[in-house]
Design a protein around this ligand. Sequence first.
Ligand code: GTP
Ligand code: MG
Length: 240
Amino acid sequence: MEEIEKNGVNDLPEGFPKSLGQIKEMTMLYSCAMREICTKLENLSQEFELNKSRNPIQHITHRLKKRDSIRNKMIQKKLPMEYEAMRDEITDIGGIRVICSYINDIYDIVNMLKKQDDLLIVREKDYIANPKPNGYRSYHLIVAIPIFLSSEKQIIPVEIQMRTIAMDFWASLEHQLKYKQEVPNQREIVEKLTECAHQIADIDQQMWQVRRQIELSEDIPTEEEILMEKLSRIDIAISE
Ligand code: GTP
Ligand code: MG
């Protein structure tokens, strides 16, 4: 988080009619919002681990959007270069990425977040059920969280992207391709990537089925557990 606060101050759009105090405040607010949500996710993960004896979240990363990206997005959206426009219209200044092992864990976490009454769901995009034409898959949530300051409350939006390890592998390669200027056989590569996305979707499904089979077999009691259960019933019968 310290890293975010340090970078954030230097990384905001140039040409904003703003004071340094305003920038520092904004950076602080988004850092607080991301910290709150990361804590919520870690708590959920810990509880899930306790109940299911495995961790649904592989890892969580977060970032504060860079100055150039904010500026480009504001130009793209034809917004006035003003602090208020940025605060109200750019909902991914604070971004969190949650990487899970299985698709079902993503939906479980989404449902758990939706039950938290201090979180407002601003926008939701299920690119897992409805992948983008290029094959991009992820679950996107824009949530708004209240941040309590010494004398006021501010509602801050944060974008949460949730995906499996395989989806993340695909998205990072596809992202790299987007920023490469001249790639020979670009069309072929794009087609190949889309094909990989289909295969990854299939593998994600199969991995979940294998996991389910393991979990179901774990639920079947062992010979020893059956014996202990019978013995405990005998104990109860004798004491009655
Ligand atoms: P942005 O203006 O990019 O935020 O798009 P949007 O407001 O329509 O939101 P959307 O939910 O579609 O995408 C938000 C973010 O998801 C992007 O900034 C990327 O981080 C990620 N994303 C969306 N589409 C793709 C894609 O095709 N490939 C990759 N690698 N990432 C994507
Ligand atoms: Mg974005």
